[in-house]
Ligand binder design. Structure first.
Ligand SMILES: [Zn+2]
Ligand SMILES: [Zn+2]
Length: 365
């Protein structure tokens, strides 16, 4: 066991080819869990990392959306973080972020998504055992939340939405939810937009208009509950799209807009799409710098609410497993996994995601 070697895909420096490193792994210490990775989601954020849009302290192992089986349990670990008993061979989904429980946001605001130290595990030295998932094995450090995946829930239904589903669960919470019969625009049809579409449908929205591209992703949005889609490649003018939304909704605009586009221009357009008393949640611009011109009087005169939502916490990761368990037969969730790559082909996976060829790509180590 102590002689076991583990391969990992390492981002050595921005825009450099991903390297495969092999390093020994050791048995878990007290409170830790060693996981054999089944699949790791490839996220748009990984592409932002690869491009160097997030400052890198040194070589790191990519991947923050991992599902694996428990290979070994450290002393004292008998349950997951929801109190469910666990044993070797069980499938688990884990939280890549670990709040420090000692900063202002953790202890005073009790908002773990704003923890000042919560990202440390993402930037671990690539020579050390990773908790990242572009790896044959992952080491879950003590205090890193993980949850058993129920036997009736396919891994694909969970990983198809990756960090997008917990991200949207928090965004919906901060938005105050979508109510039965409401009209909704979802901007974007990547995993975050698709998760938004599914959750709006499950909440009983009457009309869900998804704006995005390419058509392959819009087709998936329709299968997940979109009542109408607007292809930005076919209708590139924001003015035309506003008119189209007005035509579809009787000229008033919509009650809820969910920004999941990841492009700053979406923001100005989203404000315009809202009806009076509309609510707008911005969830896709986390790694999209830039400014945009808007007319603030619309916010004033139409009683609009604009809400931001950053990252997610362990309760939302747990919720994402519950969504997959409850809805994987109602909606074709697992079908959103369209591409599988070996660990050695991690670079090809990133390239395919960057070119928007995938709905969801996964690494299968
Ligand atoms: Zn903290
Ligand atoms: Zn992600």
């Amino acid at each position: 066991m102590s002689n076991l070697m583990s391969k990992r895909a390492v981002l050595v420096a921005p825009e450099q080819p991903i390297e495969i490193w092999e390093r020994p792994i050791s048995l878990p210490q007290a409170g830790e869990v060693l996981v054999k990775v089944i699949m790791g989601g490839v996220c748009g954020t990984d592409v932002h990392f690869w491009r160097g849009e997030v400052p890198l302290p040194g070589p790191l192992v990519l991947g923050h959306e991992g599902i694996g089986t428990i290979n070994a349990l450290g002393e004292g670990v008998t349950t997951d973080h929801a109190g469910v008993p666990v044993k070797t061979g069980d499938r688990v989904y884990w939280m890549p972020l670990r709040p420090c429980h000692s900063c202002y946001y953790c202890t005073v605001e009790e908002d773990f998504t704003l923890c000042e130290n919560g990202m440390a595990d993402l930037f671990r030295d690539a020579n050390l055992p990773p908790s990242a998932c572009y790896s044959e094995y992952s080491s879950l450090h003590a205090g890193m939340p993980f949850y058993r995946i129920p036997d009736d829930t396919p891994s694909e239904a969970v990983i198809a939405f990756g960090c997008a589903m917990p991200t949207m669960l928090q965004a919906m919470e901060r938005l105050g939810g979508v109510k039965v019969g409401q009209t909704v625009v979802v901007q974007g049809c990547g995993p975050v937009g698709l998760a938004a579409t599914l959750l709006a449908k499950a909440a009983g929205a009457a009309q869900i208009i998804v704006i995005g591209a390419p058509e392959q992703r819009l087709a998936m949005a329709r299968r997940l509950g979109a009542t109408d889609t607007i292809d930005m490649q076919v209708m590139p003018s924001a003015e035309d799209r506003l008119q189209r939304v007005h035509d579809l909704t009787g000229g008033e605009g919509v009650e809820v807009v969910i920004e999941a586009a990841g492009a700053v221009d979406a923001f100005g357009e989203g404000v315009q799409l809202l009806a009076k008393n509309g609510r707008y949640v911005v969830v896709g611009l986390w790694s999209a710098p830039g400014t945009v011109a808007i007319e603030p009087r619309y916010i004033n005169n139409k009683n609009l609410q604009i809400i931001g939502s950053a990252l997610y916490s362990s309760s939302h990761l747990y919720g994402a497993i519950r969504v997959a368990q409850q809805y994987h037969e109602t909606f074709p969730m697992a079908d959103a996994v369209t591409h599988r790559f070996s660990l050695e082909d991690s670079q090809k996976a990133l390239d395919a995601v960057a070119r928007l060829e995938t709905v969801k790509a996964v690494i299968v180590p």
